[in-house]
Ligand binder design. Structure first.
Ligand code: SAH
Length: 378
């Protein structure tokens, strides 16, 4: 880009590229396109993700001329933490705001031997699963790659995560707001930065994409990048599943299972994690458990049973402890590996399906976010 005159400078600044939107391959292309050596990509990635430096002027190995050029045409623009809530059990929830007025929630769940970061991929969700409060608020927009990886960057900073020392975050799950496979083109480069040694350096089994069952997306994901897969199943028969996850009408259980088998086919020792939210009287009958055993025997898998987390206005209730235990007993006797997920962060509404950012009045909220963003941006 040749920048001459004041007006052009203004235009260039107005459309500066956010380098957080690129993984290594994207950054190499970017540097080539501006007549620079592709290895600059590695330098930038290390500054941003190893040293948490986002100011080009502090990137001392880039050379003054390149730093000046980058200041004109590019930027490293992070989202902003608008609110942080810490639960009594150590769970942390951040409300993260984006330039333009949207916000999502990102949650950190510490356990004795690991720390899981739950990352959002969209503002709201278009899938309208009947038991999920994110679905109830509707869909606003896809996040960009920078907005997805920016959540990890901000959480790592807030937690004091060190890449080669105190690894507060050991696992990342794309289980926050949104359907990651419906924002494929932005999600994959973000996954690539999570995985890359030049980025956060997480092993493939420690980065999980969770889907409501977008079958073509599962096939594409397998080709695009090596990560773990979780599938929100919630019922072993189409009739019940369609009532919970409307996407099942388009991609019924048999097709979904075939995609899951394919996903792990060449990956020895890999399994698909199936999530199953237990809802009183809907999908928690012993017969459902027996059918689930038959279904999941066909896929190398683990089963994660999640007691339903109620939210205001929901028609559903959580299954009783007895029913949950009975369900788990049947699936385990059937040979499945099944755990019941403990609800975490209850006092701060950070549990599965409760991520809404309390969107009761979207217009007002959007205005509030804009004001806060303006206050926190220099
Ligand atoms: N769209 C993706 C990721 C977001 S949902 C997916 O569907 O997998 C993350 C998980 O929380 C899913 O398994 C979802 O089914 C579950 N969930 C949603 N609402 C819930 C609720 N109210 N109680 C318990 N689990 C819920």
């Amino acid at each position: 880009m040749k920048v001459t005159g004041k007006q052009n400078t203004v235009n260039a600044i107005a459309s500066r590229l956010n380098l957080l939107d690129f993984d290594e391959a994207g950054l190499r292309d970017f540097f080539t396109s501006i007549g620079e050596k592709p290895f600059r990509a590695q330098q930038i990635l290390k500054w941003v993700y190893h040293h948490a430096v986002t100011d080009f002027d502090a990137m001392t190995d880039l050379g003054i001329a390149l730093r000046q050029k980058l200041n004109l045409i590019a930027e490293i623009k992070l989202p902003v933490v608008l609110q942080e809530q810490r639960s009594n059990d150590g769970t942390v929830k951040w409300l993260i705001g984006f330039h333009g007025g949207n916000a999502v929630e990102t949650v950190y769940i510490p356990e004795p031997k690991r720390g899981t970061l739950c990352v959002s991929s969209q503002v709201g969700c278009a899938l309208n699963c009947s038991f999920c409060s994110t679905g109830a608020q509707g869909f606003a927009r896809n996040l960009t790659t920078g907005e997805i990886i920016g959540q990890v960057w901000l959480a790592a900073q807030a937690l004091g995560h060190e890449r080669n020392g105190l690894r507060k975050i050991t696992n990342i799950v794309m289980m926050g707001m949104g359907e990651p496979l419906l924002n494929f083109d932005a999600v994959v480069p973000a996954l690539s930065v999570m995985r890359s040694d030049l980025g956060f350096g997480f092993a493939a089994k420690r980065v999980t994409v969770s889907t409501a069952g977008h079958v073509p997306g599962i096939y594409r994901l397998k080709e695009a990048i090596d990560v773990a897969l979780a599938v929100s199943l919630h019922a072993p028969v189409d009739e019940v599943r369609t009532g919970l996850v409307p996407l099942n009408r388009k991609y019924p259980i048999a097709e979904l299972m075939q995609a899951c088998r394919d996903f792990v086919s060449e990956k020895h020792k890999r399994t698909v994690t199936f999530e199953y939210t237990l809802i009183d009287g809907v999908n928690d009958h012993p017969e459902h458990a027996r059918k689930l055993v038959k279904l999941l025997r066909t896929v190398p898998s683990k089963l994660n049973l999640i007691p339903f987390n109620p939210f205001p206005g929901t028609q559903y209730r959580c299954s009783s402890q007895d029913r949950i235990s009975r369900f788990q007993e049947i699936v385990m006797q059937g040979g499945l590996i099944a755990t019941v997920r403990k609800t975490r962060g209850e006092d701060i509404d950070a549990a599965c399906g409760q991520l809404v950012g309390k969107v009761l009045d979207r217009t007002k909220r959007s205005e509030r976010i804009k004001i806060k963003m303006a206050e926190s941006t220099p």
